[in-house]
Design a protein. Structure first.
Length: 205
């Protein structure tokens, strides 16, 4: 049996959270190695692409969160077999990754620089991505692909919850609700999926 070690920041969210939930759904034990930001900065130069998450499979290092997510999702029956539905799933996953990339570009800024950058983000790319992901959900109905829970729903759920949490300075907590209210309904639906509730219950949340 293979051994798995997932490396990511010590947060409940971000790029690794859908992967953690998928592992839970698959019933596969894995080491959830949580890295502090100072530790990451020390190790960054040694990481293949200078980024997290990474997944070790029997000691082999795998990078790229979406590739890792698809791999674990297949083991968890959270990825479509039908090629077109898989395409829909990948489209949503890629859109979330683009949104995350835009947000991360504002990290490290402070004061007026952060306020200005986040303002431009809210008025520009972030609004575009939220609206677009809402359109993808409207095409699929309750779920983004395959008429059921997939890794795409987990990715969108984690992003929506983050945007609504108030932890991102200068990003209005009602932004998603104003632009794509169906994503709020989706977030509430996914957080009540048994696999999601069981995962957070296992963490004592």
């Amino acid at each position: 049996m293979s051994t798995y070690k997932l490396h990511y920041f010590d947060i409940d969210g971000g790029r690794a959270e859908p992967i953690r939930i998928a592992f839970h759904r698959a019933g596969i034990d894995f080491e959830d190695h949580r890295v502090s930001f100072p530790e990451f900065m020390e190790q960054r130069g040694k990481l293949r692409f200078g980024a997290l998450p990474i997944l070790e499979i029997d000691g082999t290092v795998i990078t790229q969160s979406n590739a890792i997510g698809r791999y674990v999702a297949r083991m968890a029956d959270l990825y479509p077999d039908d090629p077109q539905q898989a395409l829909f799933c990948d489209e949503a996953v890629g859109a979330v990754e683009d949104a995350l990339h835009a947000i991360v570009h504002t990290f490290g800024l402070e004061g007026q620089a952060l306020k200005s950058a986040r303002g431009l983000l809210v008025d520009g790319k972030l609004t575009t991505y939220i609206r677009g992901i809402g359109e993808l959900l409207a095409r699929g109905g309750d779920y983004l692909a395959d008429g059921r829970l997939t890794i795409a729903d987990l990715k969108v759920f984690v992003l929506t919850r983050w945007l609504c949490s108030g932890t991102l300075e200068h990003v209005p907590t009602d932004l998603v609700e104003r632009i794509a209210p169906n994503l709020i309904e989706h977030m509430k639906r996914i957080e009540n999926e048994p696999v999601v509730t069981e995962y957070y219950a296992s963490r004592g949340e």
